[in-house]
Structure formats: structure tokens, C-alpha cells
Design a protein around this ligand. Structure first.
Ligand SMILES: C[S@@+](CC[C@H](N)C(=O)[O-])C[C@H]1O[C@@H](n2cnc3c(N)ncnc32)[C@H](O)[C@@H]1O
Length: 276
């Protein structure tokens, strides 16, 4: 069957078919393979898109529910997308239902190009740079929450070492609440990461359940790196070996450990207490 031609209104294309190529592309971005091949990702919701706009990003594609951008922020975002030369697609509820998240679906979403930075050059001694280094994070919600917290404390960014979840996965992007657009992200292989860590001029702070030092009883020498282990095995022996400090967060209960994102937040607020 021949596909129905899509109507074009005021620079915005109306799409009702699930067979449309753009609809298929956006759906495919739920898969890591497609995100890796295209270098694209999806962000949903007007407030997240406002964060993207305010951070200077430009969408490649904007999708909105037909008839929903007549006023307010939706209209502003449509104007932003038009000015950026993005493809603007007005879709039916049925199409939006296939593109938006199933829980808490939004009436707007956009596709962006991923941004990755190289491992930063070691800063001058005393600089207040503070990078969070994550080893093989497994939970996209944890990763997104950590990116959001890095933004909250004004830390430098996040370095992802080894095989872990993708910060541009939909669930991770959602958990960042827009901070994915302002926090620099770096990914590095294990060996490149270890070489970079070994040249760091300030404290490389590792967090471990078996460390002796209380995280609050210690002064960290800037610039600092905060190393957090993965949800399963914790910080690996290789990364532990390059740390200049190892600290633990005391726990009174019978639990095994704190949630990774919670432990990262406690560490970041302690390490940033002078600036905050
Ligand atoms: C869920 S924990 C991993 C627990 C893992 N079974 C272990 O033995 O380390 C994930 C990461 O959060 C940090 N973490 C969680 N609770 C901590 C605590 N009480 N003290 C220090 N680090 C902690 C560590 O970086 C840890 O690798």
C-alpha cells in the first residue's frame, strides 16, 4: 500500500501514520544500538525541552500533539524549533502514544544530537574542578539522578568508565530533569580511564564500604575526582588502586550499602560544602 502523503502546515508536518519514517526513527531510539549508530537521543516534556533551549541546544526534530502549541510554552518551543531549522511534526494521539513514555506521557518530545567530551586535561593544582567518575553504572535512573546532582552542586561533569548504561537512554534522560543538557559527559575505556586517573594532580577519592576513613572527617585536596563503584560489585580493584583517599559513609542499620545515587549525593555535598 502506498503511504499517505503527510500534510504540511506552517513549516510543521502533520503525521498520522505509524509507518512514517521519522516515527520509526524516533521509536528506534529506544534501543541503544540505534542511539549509537545515529548519535541521536530523545528528550520528553516541555520543562526538559525548556532546559535544552536555555542551555543553547537545538533539536533536530520536535514532535508535538496536533493542536497543542497554540499558546504558552508549547508555542515558544515550536518557535525555537523552527528557528533552529528542526523538523517539526504534529502527530495524532495514536502516534504520540507510540512515541512517548508509557508512564507519565508528555505532549512534546524532541530528538537531539548526543554530545560527548574528551577526558579533560588535568587542571592546575588547587583548581576547584570536581569530576564524578562512575564505573559501569547499571541503573539508568541512578545515572540520571547523579547527573542531576552534579548539576545541583556545580561540579564539573561525569566521566563514565567501562561498560555501563547509556546516559542518553530515555529513562536516564528523564531522571536528569534537563541536567543532561548542562552537565559535560565523558566516556572512556578502562585503560584510558586508568591512565587519566593516574595523572590527576589532586585527590582521587574512592568510596568503599570497607574503607576506614569517614567521608566527613577528611579534607580533600583540590582538584578532586570522586570515584563511585557500580551497583553490583562496587569499586573495582583497578580503580581502587589509583585512589589517593578511600572513604566510607557510615551506616547504622543492617543494610548492605546505600543506593549509588544517594551515596554520590552525600559525597558531593560534603566535597562542595565550602562552595555551597
Ligand atoms: C550499591 S553500592 C555497591 C555495593 C557493593 N555490594 C559493594 O560491596 O561495594 C554502589 C556504590 O555506592 C557507593 N556506596 C554505597 N554505600 C556506601 C557507603 N556506605 N560508603 C561508601 N560508599 C558507598 C560505593 O561507591 C559503591 O561502590
Amino acid at each position: 500500500m502506498k503511504p499517505r502523503p503527510e500534510a504540511v502546515r506552517g513549516g510543521t508536518r502533520a503525521i498520522t501514520s505509524l509507518q512514517n519514517e521519522r516515527v520509526k526513527l524516533i521509536r528506534s531510539l529506544n534501543m541503544r544500538k540505534s542511539r549509537r549508530e545515529t548519535g541521536l537521543f530523545v528528550a520528553e516534556g516541555a520543562s526538559v525541552l525548556v532546559a535544552a533551549r536555555d542551555a543553547g541546544w537545538q533539536p533536530a526534530i520536535l514532535v508535538l500533539l496536533a493542536g497543542s502549541a497554540t499558546a504558552g510554552v508549547a508555542r515558544e518551543l515550536l518557535a525555537w524549533a523552527h528557528a533552529a531549522g528542526a523538523e517539526c511534526l504534529e502527530v495524532s494521539q495514536a502516534v504520540l502514544g507510540k512515541l512517548a513514555a508509557k508512564d507519565n506521557p508528555q505532549t512534546m518530545l524532541a530528538v537531539f544530537e548526543q554530545r560527548w567530551q574528551s577526558l579533560p586535561a588535568p587542571p592546575a593544582a588547587g583548581s576547584d574542578a570536581l569530576w564524578v567518575v562512575l564505573e559501569a553504572v547499571r541503573d539508568p535512573g541512578n545515572l540520571g539522578t547523579i547527573i542531576r546532582t552534579v548539576d545541583a552542586v556545580g561540579a564539573s561533569g561525569v566521566v563514565l568508565i567501562g561498560a555501563g548504561v547509556d546516559p542518553y537512554a530515555r529513562e536516564a534522560v528523564r531522571a536528569t530533569m534537563g541536567s543532561v543538557f548542562s552537565v559535560p559527559l565523558v566516556r572512556a575505556g578502562q585503560q584510558d580511564g586508568l591512565n587519566w586517573l593516574a595523572r590527576w594532580p589532586g585527590d582521587v577519592v574512592g568510596t568503599r564500604l570497607d574503607a576506614r576513613d569517614d567521608f566527613r572527617a577528611t579534607a580533600y585536596r583540590p582538584p578532586t575526582l570522586l570515584l563511585m563503584g557500580s551497583e553490583g560489585p562496587g569499586l573495582s580493584a583497578d580503580l581502587t588502586a589509583v585512589c589517593s583517599r578511600l572513604v566510607r559513609i557510615p551506616m547504622a542499620g543492617r543494610l548492605d550499602s546505600l543506593n549509588l545515587a544517594v551515596a554520590t549525593a552525600l559525597m558531593l555535598y560534603e566535597m562542595r560544602k565550602k562552595q555551597l
